[in-house]
Ligand binder design. Sequence first.
Ligand SMILES: Cc1cc2nc3c(=O)[nH]c(=O)nc-3n(C[C@H](O)[C@H](O)[C@H](O)COP(=O)(O)OP(=O)(O)OC[C@H]3O[C@@H](n4cnc5c(N)ncnc54)[C@H](O)[C@@H]3O)c2cc1C
Ligand code: FES
Ligand code: FES
Length: 471
Amino acid sequence: MLETALTLTINGDRLSLDNISPTLTLLEYLRQSGRIGTKEGCADGDCGACTIVVVGEGADGGWQYQAMNSCLIPLGAMAGRQLITVEGVAQGGLHPVQAKMVELGGSQCGYCTPGFIMSMFASYYDGQRDDLAVEGNLCRCTGYLPIRRALQSLQPVDAEDPWQARLAQTDADGLPALDYQGQGQRFYRPTQLSQVLALMADHPEATLVAGATDLGLELTHRRQQYPVLISLEAVEELHGIQPAATEVTIGAAVPLSQIKATLHGVFPALDEMLHWFAARQVRNRATLGGNLGTASPIGDLPPVLLALDATVTLASTAGQRTVAIADFFTGYRQTLRQPDEVIVSITIPKTLAPGATRRLSQSYKVGKRGTDDISIVAATFTLDLDEHNTIVLARLAYGGVAATPVRAIAIETALIGQPWTAETVQAVKSPLHNAFTPLSDLRASAGYRRQLVANLFEKFFYESASLRSTS
Ligand SMILES: Cc1cc2nc3c(=O)[nH]c(=O)nc-3n(C[C@H](O)[C@H](O)[C@H](O)COP(=O)(O)OP(=O)(O)OC[C@H]3O[C@@H](n4cnc5c(N)ncnc54)[C@H](O)[C@@H]3O)c2cc1C
Ligand code: FES
Ligand code: FES
C-alpha cells in the first residue's frame, strides 16, 4: 500500500505529520515538538547524546530495539516506524537501566545521560551488554566506570517486562511504500527495484538515500538541500543476504549490524573491519551500498572487498551489470556507477585460488581513537597458501593512502611463489613503503601513512600464526 502521509509512532503515540520537511532531522523534529529529553551534542553521529531507539528487524528476522543517532536521520525515513525516546522509557517507575544508573552514580551533569539510557535500553533487550553497547556514547564528566558497572549489573529481562511483550506484538508487515511531499521536498520510499529505477528516470535530480549516515551529515553540517530523495530502505531486492557454497551476496541496503550478525565467522577480515566501523548506532543504519556510494578513499569496507575480490552489481532501466570491485573506483570520489544506476548487491567469493589449501585474511584500521573514528589507514590482506606454505594468491588492499581505495598490485605479484616467511615480508617492506604517495592532513602525515602501509603488512605476518585459516 502506498502511503502519502508521514505517520510514525513515538512512545506509543501514532502521529500523522503534515506539511513538514522530510529532510528535517529526527532530532530537530523531536526537539521542536517539545521532546527535549533527546539532546544534541555534535549533530554528526559522534557523541550519542541524540540516541533514540527504533523497533527494527534483527538478523534473525525478529523485532529488536535498535539504538540510532536521531541527528543523522531524515524524518521521512521514520515513516511507518515505531520509535522510543527517553521520555517514553520510564513507565510507572524507572526502567531497570535508569534505576541502575541512579544507584551506581552513572550521571553527573546529565547531558549525555538520555543517550546512554537509550543505548543501554536497546542492549538490555538484545542481550549485548558489553562495552560495545555504549561505544557510540561520549560522557565528559562522570567517567565511564560507573556507567559500565550499571550496564554490567543489569539483571536478565523479567518475563513480565512490558517492553519485551510489546516487541512480540509488533506488526510483522514491512515498511510501507511512501510518496510524501512537505515544504517543497519529496521523499519516496519504493518497495521494488523497478520502482526505484523508474523514479530515478523520472527525477534525474533525485538523490538516493539508504541509512543516511553520510547523507545526514550533508543535511546537518552543510545544510544541503535535497528536493527529491529516494529511500532504498524498503526495497526488497536490496535487502537479502544470500550465502551459497562458493560465494555470499549481500544486498546493498542491508544495515551493517545485520551483516555483522548474519555473516559472523564467514569472512574474518569483514568481521574485524565491521567491529571497528563507527559505533553501534551508526552500524544499525549504515549500509554497504552507502559505503560504496560515497566513493570515499577512506571508506573502511572497500579494502575488505578489494582483498576478497568482490563484485558489485548495478542496475538501471537498461538492465543489470556486474563489475569487479578492482575496477569500480575510477578516481577521487568517482566510480564506474553511472548517475542512473543503483548499487543492488555485492558478491564476495569464498573459494581459494587453484592450488591453495588455506587462506589467511585479516583487516587493520588505524584511527585517532578506537571506535567511531575515520581511518588514518585501513588495510585488508588476503593470502592463499599451498601445502608448502607458498603464496599462490596475494591481495594487499588499502584505504587512506591514495585518491581511491587501492591494491598494491606490484607487491602482490612479487609475493606469488614466495614462502610465507619473515624474510619474504622483509623483502617487500621497502617497496611497500614507497608504493603510494599519500597526503598529509589533519589526521596524519604522509610519512606516517607510508610507514603504516608497510608495518601493517608486517603485523599481519606476525599475527598470522594465530589467525584462523579458512579453507
Ligand atoms: C559517526 C560516524 C562514523 C562513521 N564511521 C565510519 C567508519 O568507521 N568507516 C567508514 O567507512 N565510514 C564511516 N562513516 C561513514 C558512513 O557511515 C558510511 O559511509 C556508510 O556506509 C554509509 O552508508 P549509508 O547507508 O548510511 O549511506 P547514505 O548516507 O544513505 O548514502 C551515502 C551515499 O551513497 C549513495 N547511495 C547509498 N546507497 C546507494 C546504492 N545502493 N546505490 C547507489 N548509491 C547509493 C547515496 O546517494 C549517498 O550519496 C561514519 C559516519 C558517521 C556519521
Ligand atoms: S548529536 Fe552527537 S551523535 Fe547525534
Ligand atoms: S554526565 Fe556530564 S557528560 Fe556525561
